[in-house]
Design a protein around this ligand. Structure first.
Ligand code: PMP
Length: 400
């Protein structure tokens, strides 16, 4: 889950005690599986029920695609199940190099570097860049927040998706700046809990005016927007964004993270990013799977199916009277009250549909929502089941 800079660890730990652990375990397990999730629990009223997964980041449904599974198996056979060492020792293989070449080409960058996770890519990269001041969107992902902490930089949080506020804060900070400071502006492109898209071009313009570097996290955009390359590719900003980071773990159906940018950036990171240097290379089957998933994503057919399903779910929910926000494949169904959101999620689940309630402290009080994420591989019948579940559940909870 995303957190943002308002994240309060103590509060989160207190909150945890009241969470229904089983629900989280189910959802987490479902993420890696199919459009359908078979619960093997025999303890609850829903034991052995088949549920549809509308809660995963496997947006293109490629985690169970034959071609991707075969590529993973080939990677294991050709190179081995593990890299065996850090890339800088003996863990550097053709599987990594081929994936990095394809990622760089897809992103319009000189070069790319893959890390063992998106989390490792963010913390390792931000810490290695070692900026003096970081300007960070208020709702940036936890791995960016942790990267800012690890970099030990002065972190200035600007209002979510608000380049005017970014400009004001940069101008205020400039008044007390010392001559040789390095500044970094960092933002998610697609925000995971709201489906918002950052105004990347405007953020670049502000950063350029102050001579700052820009870094974006395309975790939820890679494979989905811009012929697979993300929002930066869609908007033709590859020359203006210094660091394009993303994950292989969502639409690309694998595991790992990447950074794409100039030759000099990648050459620097592969020696200076501690999460790269001191960690075993990405598992070759994961690299091979991600490369095949990227090829399929770029081919575009799955994306067309995804957007059809997204449009049908959005229109269906809106016609029932739900308030569906965002502008991406992530559909936040606005509920407001946290108890209503929980009740709706529970009722929907009883009708065989998994969609997670997102509540405080992950989001501000009064903005609880259900996060619905259609997949390219949901069938017409799956879409119908999802819509029916929301209609009945919404009436039962009194929201419709
Ligand atoms: N950035 C964002 C915006 C994310 O949503 C995530 C995953 N939740 C990450 C980074 C971390 O990626 P990974 O899961 O590959 O470590």
């Amino acid at each position: 889950a995303a957190t943002g800079h308002g994240f309060d660890l103590d509060q989160r730990l207190r909150e945890r005690e009241h969470v229904n652990l089983r629900r989280h375990l189910d959802t987490a397990a479902a993420v890696a599986k199919r459009t359908r999730f078979v619960d093997d629990s025999t303890t609850g009223p829903t034991a052995d029920a088949e549920r549809l997964v509308f809660a995963s980041n496997n947006y293109l449904g490629l985690a169970t695609d034959d071609r991707v599974q075969r590529a993973a198996a080939c990677g294991a056979r050709r190179v081995g199940t593990g890299a065996g060492a850090s890339r800088l020792i003996t863990g550097d293989t053709g599987a990594h190099r081929e994936l990095e070449r394809d990622l760089a080409a897809c992103k319009g960058a000189d070069r790319a570097l893959v890390f063992s996770s998106g989390y490792a890519a963010n913390v390792g990269t931000i810490a290695a860049l070692d900026p003096d001041v970081i300007f960070s969107d208020a709702l940036n992902h936890a791995s960016i927040v942790d990267g800012c902490r690890l970099a030990d930089a002065e972190t200035i949080v600007y209002d979510h998706c608000n380049p005017d506020d970014l400009r004001d804060r940069m101008a205020a900070r400039e008044r007390v700046a010392e001559a040789s400071e390095d500044w970094l502006v960092v933002t998610d492109t697609v925000f995971s809990m709201s489906g918002d898209v950052a105004p990347v071009a405007d953020c670049c313009a502000v950063a350029e005016a102050f001579g700052a570097w820009t870094m974006v996290d395309e975790a939820h955009a890679t494979g989905v927007f811009g012929d697979g390359g993300g929002i930066v590719t869609r908007e033709g900003l590859a020359d203006r964004v210094d660091v394009q980071m993303g994950t292989l773990s969502k639409a690309l159906a694998s595991q790992g993270g990447y950074v794409a940018g100039d030759e000099s950036l990648v050459e620097y990171l592969l020696n200076a990013a501690r999460s790269f240097v001191f960690s075993t290379g990405l598992a070759p089957p994961a690299a091979a799977a991600a490369r095949e998933a990227l090829r399929i994503a770029r081919d575009g057919e799955r994306t067309v199916q995804l957007w059809e399903n997204v449009a049908r779910i959005r229109e269906g929910l809106e016609s029932m009277g739900y308030d569906v926000r965002g502008e991406t494949q992530i559909l936040p169904v606005w509920v407001g009250d946290r108890r209503d959101a929980l009740a709706l999620s529970k009722r929907v689940r009883e009708r065989g549909v998994l969609a997670t309630a997102i509540r405080p402290p992950t989001v501000p009080p009064g903005s609880s929502r259900i996060r619905v994420t259609p997949m390219a591989t949901h069938t017409d019948a799956d879409v119908r089941t999802c819509l029916d579940a929301f209609e009945t559940a919404g009436e039962e909870v009194g929201l419709l």
